[in-house]
Design a protein around this ligand. Structure first.
Ligand SMILES: [Ca+2]
Length: 374
């Protein structure tokens, strides 16, 4: 028995050493969870848990659905504003206010239509009024934040929302495939944004003295950020899609510049080189990166007890990875530890209060799945 354990340990240590080399990650099979399908959706994008354990699910086309996972019934929440649907755009994230039980405030993001097929991400809030028939309505919809400019591009909205302490919220704002705005403090594209829950500027934002949208900015040099979460120390982690190669997991620092589009471990799609991070040490390098890409669509830092060995790990929903990617975080280093193939592009991952994992498959007919230990 002792020999077996040692052998296993040696094998794991060897695999870990092999994984440590940048860009040399080898996918490993095996899914240590059982999967319970709940129901399916039209291009689901995000989910959020109500206090009664029912689940809100956004569909990219603009529908907000309410699911009872015990009966698997699906209702509708009416009153969602019109969204610009197409490409990566549409209805996006959905998050409850930390005091939702008292104020019923729901926060959500979407691609807002502009002139001539242009769109830009916005974050809005509304009061969620539930009815007795498994549905409800949004009342008093109020847009709290907008990306600075609208574009005909249908990509790189980002627009994930996360509440931190003191009811401040983070918004991940993509660079709308425009590149240089990520370094331009006169626009809020390609940034990590920090606001109060009413959209006003909180104390402590690093560029508040510059005024304008710079006052919203917490960090810059960001490309297409699709996952943000806090770890148990309160540190903010962000995952973003890179260009050809170069998906990044970043530890976000107040006022930090992450270098896009000046540096990337990846290169342009047309083959042109983008200098790697080590050439420009003034920009903060990612804690982990992927070449080839995993196409990260969502991320949590796991805090539950159902998968106790994963506590403090980043769990990433991968589109290209066709499953989940688990990253171990130790101090301020991060390293891919496991790739769990699910055979489908995974759009969103969230953790319920009991520590179970819930994921949404991407695309038409994408299912909501509950993952529990095997
Ligand atoms: Ca490069």
């Amino acid at each position: 028995m002792r020999f077996t354990l040692s052998t296993t340990y040696y094998a794991l240590a060897s695999a870990t050493a092999a994984l440590a080399a940048p860009g040399q990650v080898t996918p490993r099979q095996g899914v240590p969870f059982q999967t319970t399908p709940i129901t399916d959706f039209a291009e689901p994008w995000a989910l959020a848990f109500l206090p009664d354990q029912r689940i809100l699910v956004t569909e990219k086309g603009g529908a907000l659905r309410l699911v009872d996972p015990t009966t698997r019934s699906k209702g509708n929440i009416v009153g969602v504003p019109r969204v610009q649907y197409g490409g990566q755009g549409g209805l996006g994230d959905v998050v409850l206010h930390p005091q939702f039980a008292e104020n019923s405030l729901l926060y959500f993001s979407y691609a807002e239509p502009g002139d001539a097929s242009q769109a830009g991400a916005v974050v809005a809030r509304a009061r969620l009024m539930l009815n007795a028939n498994g549905g409800g309505a949004l009342e008093g919809v109020e847009v709290l934040w907008r990306q600075s400019s609208k574009y005909t591009s249908q990509g790189h909205f980002g627009h994930r929302i996360l509440f931190g302490t003191n009811s401040t919220m983070w918004i991940s704002s993509g660079e709308r495939q425009q590149f240089n705005p990520a370094q331009d403090m006169s626009t809020n594209l390609g940034k990590i944004i920090r606001l109060n829950d009413d959209g006003s500027i909180p104390e402590g934002n690093p560029f508040a003295g510059q005024g304008g949208v710079a006052a919203e900015v917490w960090a810059l040099g960001i490309r297409n950020p699709l996952g943000i979460d806090l770890d148990e120390q309160g540190r903010l982690w962000e995952i973003e899609m890179g260009p050809r190669g170069g998906d990044e997991l970043n530890l976000i620092q107040q006022g930090g510049n992450y270098g896009w589009p000046i540096v990337s471990q990846g290169d342009h799609y047309d083959g042109r080189d983008i200098p790697n991070h080590e050439t420009r040490p003034e920009f903060i390098a990612p804690k982990a990166y992927w070449v080839p890409v995993i196409s990260p669509a969502s991320m949590i830092i796991y805090k539950g007890n159902m998968f106790p060995r994963w506590r403090g790990n980043a769990l990433i929903a991968g589109l290209g990875a066709m499953g989940l990617v688990r990253v171990e975080i130790s101090g301020d280093t991060a390293r891919e530890a496991q790739r769990m193939s699910m055979g489908r592009r995974i759009r969103c991952i969230r953790e319920s209060a009991d520590g179970a994992l819930w994921v949404l498959e991407d695309g038409p007919g994408g299912r909501l799945l509950r993952l529990t230990p095997a």
